[in-house]
Design a protein around this ligand. Structure first.
Ligand SMILES: Nc1ncnc2c1ncn2[C@@H]1O[C@H](COP(=O)(O)OP(=O)(O)OP(=O)(O)O)[C@@H](O)[C@H]1O
Length: 261
């Protein structure tokens, strides 16, 4: 693994104070290299979203720190774009305008209006949503809304892309298509990605490494499993690959035997 680009150092998060305080995370240590795809998996409520939210700057670290490209994370910022499970598109704007809004905010003063318009369309093209650019969010499917959310995040050119169960609310086929799109895009752009998921197959298919969390309270990283397979991967071909099968078995064993909830 190369030099750490994103570094989570002795991170602890406690919500509340005094007798009602709840310590959710303790001693979380993780280094992510540039261009790496890392998934976080663990039982419901262990603190996966909390961990991602600290990296996003949405939840403050109680102790420890998150360092991205040599800078400590202290607040949300476009260099750490987040895609949530449920889309967060503005209903009164078209697909194109939703992405354009983020592009205008991030690149105002750095790109001309024409460049910003082209960049918006380029990112909609990356997620295959050009055909629906004039539709409102209410006029497109859940999978299409997630595609737009991904386009909006990519359009900010983040240093790290944070995905919080981005495919969690989708049917299996739509989910598979979107996973393939994310793999293709990441192969082309070499994004650094941190993704929270519940889905073992999704984690193994997409990740360079899978971070397995222990159960909360005071959850931490129990084990990190590398998946030694070139990306992007073909979901049919990998199903019979020994590295894939072993990684999958190791994650299932961790979750359902050693960390049964
Ligand atoms: N802002 C908050 N204030 C108080 N408690 C919180 C807050 N955010 C999360 N928690 C608590 O922290 C714990 C971890 O929540 P978190 O959402 O990070 O878990 P998760 O692993 O992502 O769960 P799931 O897989 O079900 O989405 C839970 O007990 C939750 O109730």
């Amino acid at each position: 693994m190369g030099k750490a680009y994103l570094s989570i150092e002795n991170l602890g998060v406690t919500f509340g104070h005094g007798p009602s305080a709840s310590e959710v995370l303790r001693g979380v240590e993780l280094r992510v290299a540039k261009g790496e795809f890392v998934s976080i998996i663990g039982h419901s409520g262990c603190g996966k979203s909390t961990l991602l939210n600290v990296v996003a700057g949405l939840v403050p670290a109680t102790i420890g720190a998150v360092i991205l490209d040599s800078e400590a994370v202290a607040a949300p910022g476009p260099e750490r774009a987040v895609v949530f499970q449920n889309h967060s598109l503005l209903p009164w704007l078209s697909v194109r305008e939703n992405v354009q809004l983020a592009v205008d905010k991030v690149f105002a003063g750095r790109k001309s209006a024409a460049e910003r318009r082209d960049w918006t369309l380029h990112n909609l093209d990356l997620v295959k949503m050009t055909h629906a650019r004039d539709k409102r969010p209410s006029e497109i499917s859940g999978g299409m809304k997630q595609r737009v959310g991904i386009a909006r995040a990519l359009a900010m050119q983040p240093k790290v892309l944070l995905l919080d169960e981005p495919f969690g609310a989708l049917d299996a086929l739509t989910r598979a298509h979107l996973q393939d799109s994310v793999m293709e895009i990441q192969a082309a752009l070499n994004n650094t990605v941190l993704m929270v998921t519940h889905d073992v197959d999704e984690a193994v298919l997409l990740s360079d490494r899978i971070v397995m969390m222990t159960n909360g309270p005071r959850a931490t990283i129990g084990e990190v499993r590398p998946v030694d397979l070139a990306r992007p991967r073909d979901r049919l071909a990998v199903a019979e690959n020994a590295s894939y099968v072993h990684a999958r078995a190791a994650v299932i064993e961790f979750l359902y035997t050693r960390r049964a909830a």
